[in-house]
Design a binder for this molecule. Structure first.
Ligand SMILES: *[C@@H]1O[C@H](CO)[C@@H](O)[C@H](O)[C@H]1NC(C)=O
Ligand SMILES: *[C@@H]1O[C@H](CO)[C@@H](O)[C@H](O)[C@H]1NC(C)=O
Ligand SMILES: *[C@@H]1O[C@H](CO)[C@@H](O)[C@H](O)[C@H]1NC(C)=O
Ligand SMILES: *[C@@H]1O[C@H](CO)[C@@H](O)[C@H](O)[C@H]1NC(C)=O
Ligand SMILES: *[C@@H]1O[C@H](CO)[C@@H](O)[C@H](O)[C@H]1NC(C)=O
Length: 475
């Protein structure tokens, strides 16, 4: 804060200079820009026990970036930021492989079971966490719109990774029940996780397996117990009691599945929340917290623009995922020309970090961005990001606004915190935070970095998805 104040005048003068230059050189004057403050700001807080609130029929859970779980424990932020990008690419490759397999009508061969289910959970790239209660015990879990089964690590554990809260102990909960293997819930696992439920013996409980591509997994029994979302009780909530779990889940107690299929939290709470949920993903800036709102009364949002809705594109073969029709992109007010807009549906995902576009679409975006964001020293590419700058000499810069347009005239304006990825915290390598897919026929992904400081509203009943600008702040 002190640093900011001390330097307050300099940025102002720079802006003035930029403004004057713009007037001087009409050719480079683009209207639609946002101001980015530099450099990057590290987080410093705790990851556990997030708050909750009830308001106008909605249940609101505080949501934080998982970086909070590292607290002051990160020795090398550059390394963490760089590793995350590499892992993000692995997640996307896994998703593409899964989509290709599920979408194909061929019978599944054995190797499919080794394909990653959803996500880079184990890769540490699913970045947002909330705290819920199961049987009265607090559980801080990762939020994932790309998977369905909610699970927590369970006692006694055959093998559990280390978590910060005490393990869930089913024997201490009188309301805990296992789910029989001849139930429809057990049968729905095949659809939701890609693996059928396995019948245990005596009693014939339903055992689940969720396996991720790199050997990470959770295995255990399907059960139900009381879930509390803030003060809202959900009786007989079906979840996985994980007895054998392995992966980089970042010290959390498990995962909250917000996908579309019948076993997801959204489906199981339809009677309470009407199939509505929304979130505001905060940036990693210190103090930032966002929210997961369950329930549909939009008057609780802190949006600063009207909500615009677009249709969810149905895809019966990929029932977990949410698909949208991207019809256009503009950069600094200039509409990109590319024939692939509107041709295929894009996945919207809270778990992928960097948005991926088909190669020709990305090329058009990159060219327009470079044209408008010119005059800054360039920096080497890093991993999937190929449009990088050295901004270490600047306190703030004007960045062309990127807007994504969807079917039905819906628009998502990418927040200034979602345009650049800091590969180095000193801003000497700052990259455009969107990337190209390898092939034109792969599925594009609207990822979490570009969804920051937006209210993203999922209306599964009306089958539509809404966007509005919101500066995330729970407290
Ligand atoms: C499942 O099996 C139990 C015990 O064998 C039986 O009582 C129950 O009716 C079965 N339920 C279904 C849905 O088939
Ligand atoms: C939403 O909240 C407003 C303002 O409190 C209230 O008037 C309205 O009845 C609520 N709508 C629903 C559907 O609960
Ligand atoms: C996307 O929307 C455009 C414009 O409304 C429409 O022409 C196109 O058919 C849609 N594409 C898909 C995949 O639904
Ligand atoms: C980035 O720019 C600064 C200031 O202009 C310069 O001192 C530094 O060497 C550059 N860093 C890299 C990695 O190019
Ligand atoms: C809206 O902003 C107020 C004031 O900062 C905050 O208390 C509240 O939690 C916010 N609501 C949501 C849904 O984030």
């Amino acid at each position: 804060m002190l640093l900011m104040k001390g330097m307050a005048l300099l940025p102002f003068m720079l802006s003035l200079l930029v403004l004057l230059l713009h007037y001087h050189n009409e050719v480079h004057c683009y209207g639609d820009k946002q101001l980015l403050h530099l450099p990057w700001d590290t987080v410093d807080s705790t990851c556990l026990s997030h708050k909750s609130r009830q308001e106008k029929g909605a249940t609101i859970l505080e949501m934080k970036h998982q970086d909070y779980c590292y607290g002051g424990g990160v020795k090398d932020w550059n390394k963490l930021l760089q590793k995350r990008l590499i892992l993000d690419d692995l997640r996307v490759q896994s998703l593409q492989a899964r989509i290709k397999n599920m979408a194909s009508t061929q019978t599944r061969d054995v190797s499919d079971d080794r394909l990653p289910l959803t996500s880079g959970v184990e890769l540490g790239t699913l970045n947002y966490i909330v705290t819920v209660e199961i049987a009265g015990r607090k559980m801080t879990v990762i939020v994932d719109t790309g998977s369905d089964l909610t699970w927590v690590q369970c006692q006694p554990c055959k093998s559990c990774y280390s978590q910060k809260e005490p393990l869930f102990n089913p024997t201490a909960s009188p309301s805990y029940r296992t789910v029989p293997c001849n139930s429809s819930e057990c049968q729905s696992l095949a659809f939701a996780t890609g693996n059928t439920g396995i019948c245990g013996e005596n009693p014939p409980t339903c055992n689940y397996v969720v396996s991720y591509g790199d050997g990470s997994y959770t295995r255990g029994e399907l059960a139900h117990d009381q879930l509390n979302l803030g003060k809202t009780p959900v009786d007989n909530f079906i979840f996985g009691c994980g007895r054998n779990n392995n992966g980089l889940f970042g010290g959390t107690s498990g995962l909250l599945g917000l996908g579309r299929s019948s076993i997801s939290l959204v489906s199981q709470t339809k009677a309470i929340f009407g199939g509505f949920f929304s979130y505001c993903l905060p940036s990693t800036q210190s103090g930032a917290s966002g929210s997961l709102v369950l329930g549909g009364n939009s008057s609780v949002y802190n949006t600063s623009s009207p909500i615009s809705y677009t249709r969810m594109i149905p895809n019966p073969k990929l029932s977990t995922f949410y698909f949208l029709n991207l019809t256009g992109i503009s950069v600094g007010g200039v509409t990109l020309q590319d024939s692939s807009f509107g041709k295929s549906s894009m996945l919207i995902d809270s778990g992928t970090v960097i948005t991926r576009l088909p190669p020709t679409m990305y090329k058009a975006l990159k060219a327009e961005f470079q044209k408008q964001f010119s005059g800054f020293p360039t920096a080497p590419a890093f991993s999937i990001l190929d449009t990088c700058f050295n901004l270490s000499a600047y306190q703030e810069v004007d960045v062309p606004t990127i807007k994504l347009q969807f079917e039905g005239n819906a628009e998502m304006k990418v927040d200034i915190n979602g345009v650049f990825y800091f590969v180095k915290t000193d801003a000497s390598q700052v990259c455009l935070a969107l990337a190209s897919l390898s092939f034109e026929d792969e599925i594009g992904i609207i990822a979490n970095y570009q969804q920051r400081n937006q209210r993203v509203i999922y209306d599964t009943k009306g089958s539509k998805l809404g966007f509005a600008q919101e500066s995330c702040s729970f407290t």
